[in-house]
Design a protein around this ligand. Structure first.
Ligand code: GDP
Ligand code: MG
Length: 343
């Protein structure tokens, strides 16, 4: 379910002019965030996380994609060392005179909440740097909504002039694929001893990864995992074969190689025109996700009406069948979406 709630915890509608006071307040926040106010930026991301009308007010006027911003996705299983690696990478990026914003996306399981605390501690040094903005986004179980909110946050960061954005996501499930599909370079983090996982997830991994990192290269099984990975990638044409980088994130080893691999990938897809194509695909996925999320809100509204109850009762009595009741509700949904207050 892609339920998105508004500021009062209720599904809200997106019509411009619904709440001029709130719109004005959020536009003020946006102006401050654009001028570099980090508090305003953080508050706006919270508004985006809540979704609904507030989020729409923030997004109104943001361009879909800033051409001069670049987004790097870092994904992999919990515990693979993504956060440690991201921390090392932030160091490389800052040393390279880059300003970088990090969105750390964490499904809110007890496990990852612990990891999140760990992340905060690990990233403490960079959090104080004016060249770095760090924000974690928790899913609260609304996974589809999370992908929408993360993309919105990315658009906001772009609008506020962050030239480089990193998005760290846990795992390689559908949500991660959704989030990955919104980034320009996707880094997949594996560990030594993951030969079987490489084989099992071959298709999915090859689909998303632009760069593979074998982190924890200080552990046994490095060579075998590298061989399995190379074997899995052998069928790809040379120019599309992801780079493989070995790192020991805890020591910062290999971070400079990873940063170089990211820059090389960026240059390659910029030069070949693939970046432009990717972004068209991303835009399509984002627009679809946006529409889906808001359709879901309308559906929730519909199922809270008498119309839905009437159809349910009629099905219960055997007076109508499912397709007939479905037709009625679809027609009702259409008029709900088209009602003047929604425009
Ligand atoms: N030995 C070793 N441990 C690492 C390495 N990178 C991360 N770790 C440890 O692996 C654990 C999980 O790291 P974390 O960055 O939180 O993983 P995440 O869940 O993918 O973000 C932590 O205890 C790290 O200290 C590495 O290169 N070598
Ligand atoms: Mg982490």
């Amino acid at each position: 379910m892609l339920l998105r709630c508004g500021l009062r915890g209720q599904p809200e509608i997106l019509g411009a002019g619904m709440n001029p006071e709130l719109e004005q307040q959020l536009q003020g926040e946006l102006e401050r965030a654009r001028k570099g106010d980090r508090g305003a930026l953080a508050r706006l991301i919270s508004v985006l996380e809540r979704g609904g009308y507030g989020a729409a007010c923030v997004e109104r006027g943001l361009s879909a994609r800033a051409a001069d911003s670049y987004t790097v996705g870092i994904t992999g299983a919990p515990g693979a060392g993504k956060s440690t690696l991201v921390n090392a990478l932030l160091g490389e990026m800052v040393a390279d005179a880059q300003r970088v914003a990090l969105l750390a996306v964490d499904p809110s399981s007890p496990l990852s909440r612990g990891a999140l605390l760990g992340d905060r501690v690990r990233m403490h040094s960079h959090a104080a740097s004016p060249a770095v903005f760090i924000r974690s986004m928790a899913s609260r179980g609304q996974l589809g909504g999370l992908a929408v909110a993360t993309r919105s946050a990315r658009r906001l960061l772009e609008a506020c002039g962050w030239p480089l954005i990193m998005i760290e996501t846990v795992g390689v499930g559908q949500v991660e694929l959704d989030v990955a599909s919104t980034t320009d370079t996707v880094v997949v983090v594996l560990n030594p001893g993951w030969g079987d996982e490489v084989q099992a997830n071959k298709a999915g991994l090859m689909e998303v990864a632009d760069i593979f990192v074998i982190n924890k290269a200080d552990k046994a099984g490095l060579e075998a995992t590298r061989r399995d990975l190379e074997g899995a990638l052998a069928s790809l044409p040379q120019q599309r074969r992801p780079a493989i980088v070995e790192t020991v994130a805890t020591e910062g080893r290999g971070a400079v190689d990873l940063w170089a691999a990211i820059c090389a990938h960026r240059q390659a897809i910029e030069e070949s025109g693939e970046l432009r194509e990717r972004r068209l695909g991303q835009l399509r996925a984002e627009l679809r996700g946006f529409v889906e999320a808001h359709l879901e809100v309308a559906l929730d509204e519909l199922f809270a009406t008498d119309c839905a109850d009437l159809q349910l009762a009629a099905i219960g009595r055997g007076a109508v069948d499912m397709p007939a009741a479905g037709d009625v509700l679809l027609a009702e949904l259409w008029s709900l979406v088209n009602s003047p207050k929604r425009r």
